[in-house]
Design a protein around this ligand. Structure first.
Ligand code: BGC
Length: 262
């Protein structure tokens, strides 16, 4: 048996109270990591995630971050992490938003900017705090959650696709910067996964059928299917991986329309 062993690794997960973040917190805890669950709204879900994580034996804590796009709050978050856990070994930049659907010519520039601020600047602010600390201790992993939409254009979501494509190139560039310091940076690109971010689509039978048709495996993914991959990527089993995007998407990137014809 080859175990995924994260014992003693201190992990911070933004948006760790729901969806992919909650599943990731659980998977990392299952592999033995200490878990800091970062949440924004109400502590109830974060408390549940932390309680589930505690059952696997590591340390857990929850902390509120009102706005990942606020640099000063992010600085304070990492100071909290230092006090609470004595440092950080794993950062999962998971917090993000799709934004409301709006065609470019009709959308509100303030809303467009906000998606970039949360999805790209938020991840950047957290990463810059993390890699300084990780570089000094010569160990650490940053996981940036992108999306299949770092590759696939998506009408009505130009802010989101731009943010995710930007986050992908940020990951690669950062990986290049810190590779010599024992720090790895990887991106995970989920496809359609059953989380609150797209509940309006998979909750509706027509929406779900349309979505399934875009996925060669013909089903929406489960949050644990992302959490498991992230746990592997954070472990020493993936010790030679850096600067890549790992797609976890049931084949969504495989141009499913080309199954026939062409
Ligand atoms: C989005 C989901 C969407 C999926 C596939 C994800 O990045 O957050 O809303 O269902 O991509 O299109």
């Amino acid at each position: 048996m080859i175990p995924i062993d994260l014992k003693g690794r201190r992990a911070l997960i933004t948006g760790g109270d729901s969806g992919l973040g909650a599943a990731t917190a659980k998977s990392l805890a299952q592999a033995g990591a200490d878990i800091a669950v970062v949440y924004r709204d109400g502590p109830e879900n974060a408390e549940k995630v932390a309680a589930a994580a505690t059952a696997f034996g590591g340390r857990t804590a929850i902390v509120r971050l009102a706005d990942v796009a606020d640099r000063n709050q992010v600085t304070a978050l990492f100071q909290w992490m230092d006090r609470e856990f004595g440092g950080i070994d794993i950062l999962v930049n998971n917090a993000g938003m799709d934004g409301a659907r709006a065609l470019c010519a009709e959308g509100d520039p303030t809303a467009w900017r906000r998606v970039l601020e949360v999805d790209l600047f938020g991840a950047y602010y957290c990463a810059r705090e993390a890699v300084g600390r990780m570089g000094r201790q010569k160990r650490g992993v940053v996981v940036n959650t992108t999306s299949v939409h770092e590759f696939i254009p998506w009408a009505g979501y130009s802010a989101y696709t731009s943010a995710k494509a930007g986050l992908s190139m940020f990951s690669k560039t950062l990986a290049q910067e810190v590779a010599g310091q024992g720090v790895r940076v990887v991106a995970v690109a989920p496809g359609a996964i059953k989380t609150p971010i797209n509940a309006n689509v998979w909750d509706d039978p027509k929406g779900l059928a349309d979505l399934d048709a875009k996925i060669p495996m013909n089903r929406v993914g489960e949050p644990d299917e992302i959490g498991h991959v992230i746990a592997f990527l954070c472990s020493d089993l993936a010790g030679y991986m850096t600067g890549v995007t790992v797609a976890v998407d049931g084949g969504m990137l495989l141009y499913p329309d080309f199954r026939h014809g062409g």
